[in-house]
Design a protein around this ligand. Sequence first.
Ligand SMILES: Cc1cc2nc3c(=O)[nH]c(=O)nc-3n(C[C@H](O)[C@H](O)[C@H](O)COP(=O)(O)OP(=O)(O)OC[C@H]3O[C@@H](n4cnc5c(N)ncnc54)[C@H](O)[C@@H]3O)c2cc1C
Length: 405
Amino acid sequence: MRYYRNKKLSDTVYDFIIVGSGVGGSTLFKELNKKYPDKKILLLEKGNNKINYNNLGKTIQVLYITSLGGSALGAVGNAIKINLKKIGIKDGSIYEEIERELNVKKVPEGHINEKSKYLFNYGFERTPKFMDFEGCNACGLCARKVCQYKWTPVMFLTNPNPYSKILSNFHVSSLAENGSFFTVEGYDLLMGKKRIFKGEKVIVCGGGINSPRILSNILDNEHLGRNLFVDTFITVGGVLNNSHLDRSIPMALYKVYDGFLLSPHYSILLYNKVKGDNTNKYDDKNICSKDIYGIMIKIRDENKGIVGGNKIYKELTKKDEKLLSKGIKRASDILYDMGLERIYKTIPRGSHPGGTCAMGKVVDKNFETEIEGLYVCDSSIFPETVGLPPILGIIAMGKKLANIL
Ligand SMILES: Cc1cc2nc3c(=O)[nH]c(=O)nc-3n(C[C@H](O)[C@H](O)[C@H](O)COP(=O)(O)OP(=O)(O)OC[C@H]3O[C@@H](n4cnc5c(N)ncnc54)[C@H](O)[C@@H]3O)c2cc1C
């Protein structure tokens, strides 16, 4: 991979400038390089090789990652085929190609946590994952460290054509129309200075939180930054001695209910809750992370949040609260059956932000904004959540846009 930082770069007019190297941006970069081996394609990315978590919001903590490869660096490998009709992809066969490319397989029986096997009694299924189970040692750290046995978008950035460039550590701050091309202005964090690039077509792939921010100075659209969903989740659970969920493949099983899904999930927040409970009957000193067992409840939340400037506004609606209560009840019943005596719950969080440049409101069915040549391709264009892990769906959208361009 090459990182160009020479001054002449700024004089070039690129055929395509892609902003953001997450799932949407990396897919587009890969597909456009394949389709147009002679075109000049520039990928601008704010982050670098380190995993940099962002955590915003008061009532609901919203998580995303600004790094080369984006939020999927922290993904736990869930590879679910979501329904894409709302973004104009009616033919599910696109998933066959994606599953082949990402080597998607269901978690093998041998990799399932022993205590979690109890969930088969409730109709839970093994989760399909983009993980290489031959190499995976089930360390349980998928969300915290980069691992060669899990697909990440960085794997889509390896073979650019000779005219393509990837510039990381570059924070895009504004876009402008300039006659026959766009100017993309930003700050080179390594050089410590402002730089401007020119492109005929610009595709913004900054993710559900950052795409509306990047577009805010060029687009005057009342829906920009609104319509935010995050697939709110909480984890409930407590002490189940020697369950070792902390060193198991996260979310190895799942079950979809009406409006929410349940999946076994170790959470450090849950561990802290149990440790911090002075009224529990356990001797705090003896409780280790290996003794904590939890189930995640992830709901199909309402798209009523807003990204505004550097802040986000996202509350639980009445409907969200109802769904969470239903999910907590289901999960708690199962956990009591498994032998837990007291159930704790974490704060609500969300790790699938989207909806803020919704198709039909901010972009049209060809992913184009009201400004010709300016596109968006990431989780922000989903009009509403499907309440399921979106990575395969975002890859499908990247492939579709590459076909259109
Ligand atoms: C902990 C965690 C676990 C997850 N697990 C799963 C899972 O198992 N399966 C699944 O399907 N989904 C999972 N998700 C969700 C999934 O990772 C995201 O939905 C997906 O990565 C979103 O892709 P995207 O292209 O929309 O945005 P992102 O991946 O967030 O990419 C946006 C990119 O734009 C860059 N950027 C932002 N602003 C600027 C700027 N101003 N200038 C330049 N670059 C910029 C960012 O650095 C980033 O690289 C998980 C998310 C988290 C946080």
